[in-house]
Ligand binder design. Sequence first.
Ligand code: NAD
Length: 493
Amino acid sequence: MQTRLFIGGEFVDAADGATFETVDPHDGSVLANVAEAKEQDVDRAVAAAKRAFPAWSRMAAAERGRLLLKLADAIEADAENLAMLETRDTGHPVRDTLGLDVPRTAATFRYFGGMADKFQGSVVPVEQGFLDYVVPEPLGVVGQIVPWNFPVMFTSWKMGPALAAGNCLVMKPSEITPLSALRVAELAAEVGFPPGVINMVPGYGTTAGQRLVDHRDIAKISFTGSTNVGKMIAKGAAETLKQVHLELGGKGANIVFEDANIAAAVNGTAFGIFHNQGQACIAASRLIVHESVKDEFMDHLVWLAKSIRLGDPKERATEMGPLTSLTHLDRVKSYLGLADSEGGSVLAGGKAPDAPELASGYYIEPTIVETRPEARAAQEEVFGPFMVVHTFKTDEDALRIANSVEYGLGGGLWTKDLSRAHKVARDLRAGMVWVNSYKRVNPGSPFGGMGVSGYGREMGFEAMREYTEPKATWINVDAALPAYYPRDPRGNG
Ligand code: NAD
């Protein structure tokens, strides 16, 4: 297990020797002591990235792509190990880390490996006699700050397009889950990424993260995390006018119409909210169900929620693990208290499981609370296995409730009516909408939000645009230039 900073192609201790603990959320035990990057270490990493940039950005795009493809292969070959590392650090069940997260990580690196030599510029049909070509140029050194909920996957979402486009990077993994990113860096070194192209600086947000935001040699910050920190980053980055890409929180609306396929909608809804213990920005955290099918729907959903197998995430049969940190468990619990004080009624869960073997872990049962759409528990992001339920009568009602939050990340709807599906999808204020499914992601499909969910997009061609700047070059091939000052400058003497 790698526990040191990765700078300039080497694993190194922090300059001041500092470390922090990362904890196994299943039992609260210390999993590892990890080197803690501070300002000085970030500066070293940025300097290494800056040195690596000229050669990396001039390398043939196909060569950069080939390295990304090799990294995808290496991740697949290491799947069992990487998945278990992720499971132990995050509490995410191994059936998911092995079945979803690691394969998706490899697929995303592979997608951007293929993209490297296909993302191209253009020639603009400008005035006669000129050739105007536009080249997407890499930005330089980019800083990438990621949260703890899908740490291994986020390496590929952020590193894949940045590297394919020719940037060098310094990534700050979350202080809560740094291990899988360090393993990805190690694999990248093994497959031949040149030193300095990728640097990993685990550490805290207010020190290492802040230094990345302030650093004059960083061209862009790509941040995934909470809305509050996102706002601070946008403000901080204004000082150096660096670009910012923000993937922030969500409060996903999941609308079930009366004509929905109930069995499919129940299962999709449960996956939408309870997968990864609800710790997903695109979680289906608000169920908006038509009043005529509410009772039937809720009977099935509550039954399903109660049947979800909570347990040690390292066991293959486990369907839901612990929350990733104790602080976060406390936060989720605080919303239970809040929902109660706001008059909400708990339909399922709302407490730790009655299982002595889970008592020292950060577990909470899948929770469903019926409450008013205006309640704080229905407006604010909880980021846990905590779903609120509202009912509606008309399509307009459903949309009004769905669009009543500040967030605008993911949203979904279940109906057999094609016209309604398109209309509601059009009118939902969200960067991503799923019809008769929930929470689909693919490396080719743009991912991101609106409102306080942030701006910019990950994945697809959009991500390549995030990490490049178009440079227009005008060549006068055979244009006769009009004389703006109609006299011969050589006429004077
Ligand atoms: P967080 O905002 O607390 O931390 C995210 C990252 O930012 C961490 O690496 C942290 O160390 C760093 N950070 C904290 N303060 C900082 C500062 N002042 N300057 C620079 N960096 C700083 O979020 P979290 O609790 O780790 O993650 C949960 C949040 O992430 C949720 O709100 C969730 O919705 C969001 N999220 C969004 C997406 C998306 O794609 N939109 C995906 C996953 C998670």
